[in-house]
Every structure is written in C-alpha cells, then in structure tokens.
Design a protein. Sequence first.
Length: 146
Amino acid sequence: MSKLNQTNARRIISFVLLLALFAFPSIVTAQKTENSAPAIVKIDGTAPHATVFRNSSFKSPIIIENAEEAAKYFSKQSVAKLTAKVDFEKQTVLLFAWRGSGGDRLSYTVAESYPEQIRFKYQPGRTRDLRPHVYVYALRNNVTWK
C-alpha cells in the first residue's frame, strides 16, 4: 500500500471514529429525555379508603397502574387529584398504608444509575400510640424499587 493510500485510510478511520464519538452521547441523551418524568414523586392531598390498611403495609405496597385501579382505593375526588398529578402511561403509583407507632417513618434513597433504583426504608417509631400511616408515590415505569 502506498504512503498516500495509508494516509487517506487513516483520515477515513479518524473521521468515522469522530462521528461515532459525537453520535453516541446523542443516543444516550435521547433515551433519557424519552422518559423525562422524575424517578419518584411523593403525592400529597389524596386520602385512601380505610380498606387499604387490610391490603397494604410498609413492606408490601399496593401497586396502582391505572385510574380504574385507583378508584378501588380512593374517592372520586382523590382519584381526580391523583390523575392530575400522575401520567399512568409513564408512571406507576405505590400506596403504602399501615397502622403503627406515631413515630413510624418511611423514607427512600435513589441510586444514581439509569434507570434509577429506589430503595425504601422503614424506621419504626418508639411510642406506643396506634396511628394510621399513608404514603403515596409515583414512580417512572422503568425504575426498579425494593
């Protein structure tokens, strides 16, 4: 191969590699903007029916994937508030409900990966009063949780 052909081949390879470097970040960015909803959102202002305490706990939430399922657990007004805040095409609702100490808390951490991983943590209270606890979260569909 002559020196001129080697130089042209190197230029072509360099050009192709440069194009690949610029194209790859746009592919990753397009994937992230496609699911532009936040990984997790706490939903306030919705009060479920008292029956949710039979089917849910801090360990196993009720999973709601559409407005029809939400109607089983919430009043019509609360379903309207919920559907105004949640896009069921892109999000799933987790409903944690239990009765326990007034000091009980449920928190979460988000692992900074894509898709995000959410880990819920239950902190038991120290008082002996029995109180209802309700936590409602909307999670993006591609997020994993535990």
